[in-house]
Structures are given as C-alpha cells and as structure tokens.
Design a binder for this molecule. Structure first.
Ligand SMILES: [Zn+2]
Length: 442
C-alpha cells in the first residue's frame, strides 16, 4: 500500500507521461500483490500453531497437502517433576517445548487429564502434533509429583565408566536400586560400559569428555567438550542427556586458573540453563575424592546422613576408588533402613545447586544484565535501560520456580562449598594419573 501511494504521488509530482506512469503503477501493484500473498501465508502459518490442553482443541482448519508425508517433530524438556501442593498451570507443560514441521501448519494438543497435580505419583502427559496433511506425532512424557514427605536418595557416581563400573552395577543389581552416572571418556577402554549402565535402568548423564580443566578456558571450549561426551552418550544409550555436573561442581574456583573472568562460572551456568541443560551439584559427599581408596569406615560415616528429604550423594567410579565399591552396600542399606527411595536424575526440574537460592538470584540478575547489555548494543540510538529489560529477562523457560522447595536453602554446611570443590578436584588432578594407570593395568 505504501509503495502504491508513493508511486502515485511520484507520478503526479514528477509529471511523467501517462503510459510510463501506468506501467510503473502496474509493476508496483504486482510487487505489492506478491508480498501480500507471502504475508498471508506467513499469517496463516502463525495462526495455525495452536496449543491447547486436555484435548480441548478444535478440529484442523487447514486444507491438507497430499504430498506432505513428513510428520511434525516434538521436542520436550523430558521427564517433569514438581513438588506436591505447589502451584502450577499449563505453561509448566510447555516449558522448553518445541514443535517443528516442514509445513509450518501444526496443531498441538497436550493431554494432561491423567495428572493429579496435588497427589504424589508418576503420571503420563501426552503431546500430539498434527500437521495440515494429517501427519501425526505423539510423545509421552512422565510427570512426577513428589510428596512433601517423600524421601529420595540419588546415588551419583562421577568420572566413570572405569574398571569399577561392573562391580558397582552388580551391587546395584543385587540391591535392586538405581543410580545416576556422570560419565567421562577418560578411560576409553571402558567406554562401552555406557550401554551396560543404561541397559540396567540407571541414568547416564554428562560430566565431561576429557576431565581436563582447560575446558574452562571459555564457554565455547566447555560446550565443545560437553557435546563430545553427549555424542558418546547418545551413541551408547540412544539418547542425549540434558543433565550435567561440572568437573569440580558449579561453584568451583579451579576455573580461575584458565580464565580471568571472576563471573565465568555464573556466565557458564546461565548459558547452560538457557540451552536447556540442568546442572546438578550434591548435598551429601562420601568424601571418596579426598584421597585414593579412602577407608570404607570413613566413606560410610560421611555418606550415611539424612539432612534432607531429597539427598544427592557424591561418589566416584574410578580405579582409584575401590573402597567406594566396598562401602556401597552399607550405604545402600543405611538409606533403605531410613525409608529412602532410590531415584535417578532424569528431570531438568530437579534443582540441587551449591549456593541454593542465592545462586539462583545471582544467575537471574546476571542474565538480566547480559540481556540488557545485548539490547543496548542492538539499539545504539537508545541508551540501555537496565531495569525494564531486566525484569523481562527473568522469565526463562529453564527456570524452575515451581520446584525450588525440592532443595532447602541452607545446604552449605553439608555440601562441598566452592573451596572444598576446588580442593577436591585439585586432588583429583593428581589422582587422575593413578586412576588411569590402575585402569590401564586392569
Ligand atoms: Zn569429576
């Protein structure tokens, strides 16, 4: 329309001959019509993405394309988890959700009719996407409602697979409990055990490919290492992981040896969360990283505590941790006696961070200031106004406000803080060569 008006004005003001003016206007009208057509198509595609809950969506309103045999792709954030009695709405089910299709015309239905939001249990949520050619994709995810008094212990093993992995698996099998393995590729001889771990129902999640702290040189180098281990996880288990534990924990200080930015770890954490990952520290430490083959009695004394209803216990799976294997049955028996259920870490909704609520606030503030800086750069004419964009930036799909009570804020006493994390992994540095040696002998 704008071009049409301009053209007409030009014709009158410039006094061109009639035929030239007509031709010009016709060309502009044609040009306008082609843009109008494109805009119409774009609007239709936009309107066509319908999200509804509990199967209340209307019927498809689009003419089908018989040549389209490609089904839509649904990407969810994986298994979901909330605490009983916490407020929720349907947006919880769409956090991190992506639906794509070649046609761009997709109707999405989310069936959560089985979910009892205020009753402990594990429920199914069914996501169905249908495109204009009636190609249908269905994805079912679990939603777990954790009871307020439910006791869960997450047994976690870092640094494997190693010479010890099979022994750990046997104990877990005999005891009929599940665990989570934060894996590496540092003991390449055992890498195929990733498949065995997953096959037995344990969770295989990300630690690091190299376990070389130089990954902390930059965000890019961290992600490069992360993608390499996730490729291996996918190769052996058939699925990629979104759960990770940083080498040294999320508040380690060892990263400062490799970069000069005091906010590096926080920036990395924000980048991970914004990419759909969840990082998991620990709120209970077996102390098996305090030396090689720490005496069993010390490991048992360190691990057997019930500070919280939801406990995440740090242990290691390397050739230098043979006593961890020996201590494991006693540790499992203790938590069984205390009435704990053995869970696996598979939901990005579970938050266990060193620093607790303070860390969450700090990361939100950092994200807000980074976004404000970005928007300031984007519009050079308008100076950056940090307050408004900051508020907007705090609402991120990967934030988990509804599950915050899964972790209690005062964990510092029982968790390894960043100094001890640092020490722990400084020791591990020297340990690693021993582990490698032990493993290569085996
Ligand atoms: Zn480690």
């Amino acid at each position: 329309m704008f071009w049409l008006l301009i053209s007409m004005m030009k014709c009158f003001t410039q006094g061109r001959n009639i035929s030239a003016r007509k031709k010009n206007i016709i060309e502009k009208v044609k040009y306008f019509q082609s843009w109008q057509k494109a805009l119409c198509l774009f609007s239709l595609a936009f309107i066509a993405t319908i999200v509804s809950c509990n199967g209340k969506a209307g019927d498809s309103i689009f003419a089908s394309n018989p040549d389209d045999s490609i089904s839509p792709v649904i990407t969810t954030r994986g298994p979901m988890m909330i605490m009983e009695g916490e407020g929720h709405d349907s947006t919880f089910l769409t956090k991190g959700l992506k639906v794509t299709d070649n046609s761009g015309l997709v109707k999405l239905t989310i069936d959560s009719s089985q979910v009892k939001w205020n009753q402990q249990g594990t429920y199914k949520v069914v996501y169905t996407a249908k495109d204009s050619a009636q190609n249908v994709t269905t994805v079912t995810e679990e939603l777990r409602v954790v009871g307020k008094n439910e006791k869960i212990i997450y047994l976690t093993f870092d640094d494997g697979p190693s010479v010890c992995t099979d022994d750990l698996l046997k104990i877990l099998r005999d005891e009929k409990v599940k665990a989570t393995f934060f894996v590496t590729a540092q003991f390449s001889h055992y890498i195929d055990r990733l498949g065995a771990i997953a096959k037995e129902g344990h969770e295989v999640v990300i630690h690091t490919y190299s376990h070389d702290f130089r990954i902390y040189k930059s965000i890019e180098s961290y992600f490069e290492d992360l993608n390499k281990i996730n490729d291996l996880i996918e190769k052996y288990t058939g699925k990629r992981s979104r759960i990770l534990r940083h080498p040294g924990g999320s508040s380690n200080t060892i990263n400062r040896k490799y970069n000069s930015d005091p906010k590096f770890m926080d920036k990395l954490c924000v980048a991970l969360l914004d990419s759909g990952y969840q990082f998991v520290d620990w709120n209970l430490d077996s102390q098996d990283a305090s030396g090689n083959n720490v005496p069993v009695s010390r490991l048992v004394n360190s691990a057997c505590h019930t500070y919280h209803n939801v406990m995440c216990l740090l242990m290691h799976d390397t050739g230098a941790k043979l006593t961890t294997v020996q201590a494991l049955p006693q540790i499992i028996h203790y938590f069984k006696q205390q009435g704990y259920e053995f869970g696996v870490l598979n939901s990005v909704d579970y938050v266990c961070w060193h620093g607790g609520e303070k860390k969450k606030e700090r990361l939100n503030a950092l994200r807000a200031s980074m976004n404000a800086e970005k928007s300031g750069k984007a519009s050079k004419a308008v100076p950056a106004a940090p307050s408004k964009p900051a508020a907007k930036a705090e609402v991120k799909p990967v934030e988990k406000p509804s599950t915050k009570s899964l972790e209690k804020p005062s964990e510092k006493k029982h968790s390894s803080d960043h100094h001890s994390s640092h020490d722990h992994h400084s020791k591990k540095d020297s340990e690693k060569s021993t582990s490698l040696k032990t493993d290569s002998v085996a």
